[in-house]
Ligand binder design. Structure first.
Ligand SMILES: NC(=O)c1ccc[n+]([C@@H]2O[C@H](COP(=O)([O-])OP(=O)(O)OC[C@H]3O[C@@H](n4cnc5c(N)ncnc54)[C@H](OP(=O)(O)O)[C@@H]3O)[C@@H](O)[C@H]2O)c1
Length: 329
């Protein structure tokens, strides 16, 4: 079977290759085997290839934080999924044609769900949801501000916030995105820049913003922190700039702003397996209904992983790059 391997850390499209490897074999009693139908290339996968992600396993290694698969065999003691079911996998190493995992790591998805969207259910939808639920007790009418608002997480957050009747200020780096994000439910869309806090105050009529979520790092974190109100909270959950957050200390001393961080794994680890399945059942249901949607730019076969990675690195895409390892999407 085909599998993506990196044999050294470096520029993703230079170090990753599609290799022929041994098949995964039959499942053990508590295991599930599934064909990988699609996987997205996320920013964290790029950092994994570069060796700058928090996980840096010995090489050769296979990237891939998420995927959607179709079950081909289950062990005798696995009862929550059966042959033919669509699943997402809570474990990594998914850039391959087939996976054999512990039964508990295979989360069933509703039949009929769009495979491209299903490939992106595992990480970004619960990230957007937990960012809105785990830090500030938000009530209908409260304001939230986010940057990278055009990212998959950002777009999902707009929709989930709207469902809760929260107002969102959405910071982007491309003005032309305003119409699309407003169509999703964004209240305000604003282009990042040095005078961000003053412009946000003007367009919100000085609304008190209780939560900021930010994934750029560097000076952009500082700009977002300045937009939240006294005693507000800013959650740093990624660094598209590759820089650590830089925030003026007066925000902490004079205004009591709290800067904290989020990682999905830590957020889910606070919950029981039943609660985790409940979260995914709800989110997958919303994907099936079309309420939650992440745009897809291009789909590549696994043999063209180098082209897929180079494309994923380019700015200005209109959605995710997906890979279809078994040619089913
Ligand atoms: N902590 C967690 O558990 C967790 C979970 C999921 C995701 N994340 C993080 O969330 C962020 C978004 O992920 P995603 O999958 O939603 O991303 P995505 O869909 O691939 O979109 C990336 C976004 O980043 C913007 N961007 C790229 N480089 C930038 C820069 N130097 N300055 C400002 N903006 C930049 C892009 O802007 P354009 O649209 O203008 O190109 C795009 O909107 C990433 O940092 C990721 O690591 C964290």
């Amino acid at each position: 079977m085909k599998q993506v391997l990196i044999e050294m850390y470096g520029t993703p499209w230079e170090v990753a290759r599609c290799a022929e490897v041994a098949d995964v074999g039959a499942p053990g009693p508590d295991e599930v085997v599934f064909d990988v139908l699609a996987f997205p290339i996320n920013p964290a996968d790029m950092w994994f290839c570069k060796g700058s992600y928090r996980l840096k396993p010995p090489l050769p290694a296979t990237p891939g934080a998420e995927c959607v698969g179709r079950v081909t065999a289950v062990g005798a003691s696995v009862h929550h999924v059966k042959k033919g079911d669509l699943v997402i996998n809570l474990q990594r190493e998914n850039w391959t044609q087939r996976r054999r995992v512990k039964g508990d790591d295979a989360i069933p998805l509703p039949p009929g769900i769009d495979l491209k969207q299903a490939a992106m259910v595992r990480i970004n939808p619960p990230t957007a949801q937990l960012l809105l639920s785990d830090f500030v007790d938000l009530k209908a009418g409260d304001w939230v501000i986010q940057n990278v608002a055009n990212s998959a997480v950002g777009r999902l957050l707009i929709v989930l916030a709207k469902q809760r009747r929260l107002h969102t200020v959405n910071v982007v780096r491309r003005a032309e995105l305003a119409g699309e994000l407003k169509a999703l439910g964004a209240d305000l869309v604003i282009v990042d820049g040095d005078d961000l806090a003053a412009r946000v105050a003007a367009v919100t009529d000085n609304a008190v913003i209780r939560l900021g979520v930010e994934a750029i790092g560097g000076a952009a974190t500082g700009r977002l922190v300045e937009c939240v109100g006294t005693d507000g909270t800013v959650v740093h959950y990624g660094s598209m700039s590759g820089e650590d957050p830089r925030v003026g200390r007066s925000n902490f001393i004079y205004r009591g702003v709290r800067l904290t961080g989020f990682m999905l794994g830590r957020g889910l680890a606070k919950r029981s397996p039943e609660k985790i399945r409940e979260i995914y059942a709800d989110l997958a249901g919303q994907v099936l209904a079309g309420t939650l949607h992440a745009p897809v730019d291009t789909i590549y076969p696994i043999d063209r992983i180098k082209d897929a990675l180079a494309h994923a690195d380019k700015g200005g895409r209109n959605g995710k790059i997906l890979v279809s390892p078994n040619g089913e999407i």
